[in-house]
Design a binder for this molecule. Structure first.
Ligand SMILES: [Mg+2]
Length: 287
């Protein structure tokens, strides 16, 4: 079945013309332990011309590439740009030698050490928060008191949840961030992930691509569409969010000849100024 897509054209005009693709991961290409319909085919269509740009902060790019391979998606490590890794890189580049308390996955902490980051449990200059599946009251207390003592807070991303299986949600870094802000009274100095421009800029850099030749495909208006708009890139939304042009990336391909016509709703989606303002205000409320 999946091979049929290889012979199909992209139905969305802007996406069909795009030279490069920046594509979201969770909810767009994968959902928990499976690839979403059309994901393999979308990456095949943009082979050599795409980068994955994700607010994932638990994995490293190499660990994620292995996981994706098990799901049937063969993605070169250098084409994976992740909020967790980029938050670490950003901090190490800007403040080399800083003492950093990480509230993050073991994989991300190992990655930080490979970059020479000095990880500490007290007297930190920074608390770096990413998605930590072992987050608990003790860890919250440790980090909150470091912040109250004077450490500065940086976070990988502010997503409250990401899609799980059977309609469930998986609590994300933003939910942990809300707890940490509530307990410490300290606001984050910086949030690296989408919709901030850094991940998209890094994706464009790795592709040697220009924003005007690149289309973003994602499922989240608040991160994917908002972030694309900030850099002047077109965004095609899929899934169930307002403005989505198809339920999944499979819907971005034209129907085969002889079958029913592809839905004409598959047109390029762009945030209007007024819509964007509404989403910004919603985001302020939830974060
Ligand atoms: Mg997503």
């Amino acid at each position: 079945m999946s091979k049929n897509y290889m012979t199909l054209a992209i139905s969305d005009a802007r996406l069909a013309r795009a030279q490069h693709l920046l594509v979201d991961l969770d909810g767009t290409l994968v959902r928990q332990q499976e690839a979403i319909a059309g994901a393999v085919e979308l990456l095949a269509h943009f082979d050599g011309r795409y980068a994955i740009v994700s607010n994932n902060s638990t994995h490293t790019a190499s660990g994620l590439a292995q996981r994706l391979r098990r799901l049937g998606l063969r993605v070169p490590v250098e084409r994976i740009v992740l909020a967790g890794e980029q938050a670490v890189r950003q901090l190490v580049l800007e403040c080399p030698g800083a003492r950093v308390m990480m509230v993050a996955s073991p994989a991300l902490q190992r990655y930080a050490r490979t970059l020479g980051c000095q990880l500490v449990r007290s007297d930190a200059d920074f608390v770096l928060l990413a998605l930590d599946m072992r987050f608990d009251h003790a860890r919250l207390a440790l980090a909150a008191n470091e912040l109250r003592r004077g450490a500065r807070l940086v976070a990988s991303n502010a997503d409250l949840t990401h899609p799980g299986t059977h309609g469930r949600v998986v609590p994300e870094t933003g939910a942990l961030l809300a707890a940490l802000v509530a307990a410490s009274g300290v606001q984050p100095l910086r949030i690296t992930g989408k919709p901030a421009p850094l991940l998209f800029e890094e994706g464009l850099h790795r592709l040697n691509a220009r924003a005007e030749d690149t289309v973003v495909v994602g499922d989240n208006p608040l991160t994917d569409a908002e972030g694309a708009q900030r850099l002047g890139m077109a965004c095609v939304l899929v899934g169930t969010a307002p403005g989505a042009v198809a339920p999944s990336v499979a819907g971005l391909f034209a129907a085969p000849a002889g079958s029913a016509e592809a839905p004409d709703a598959l047109s390029q989606y762009r945030l209007s100024d007024s819509t964007s303002k509404v989403w910004r205000s919603v985001r302020t409320e939830v974060s």
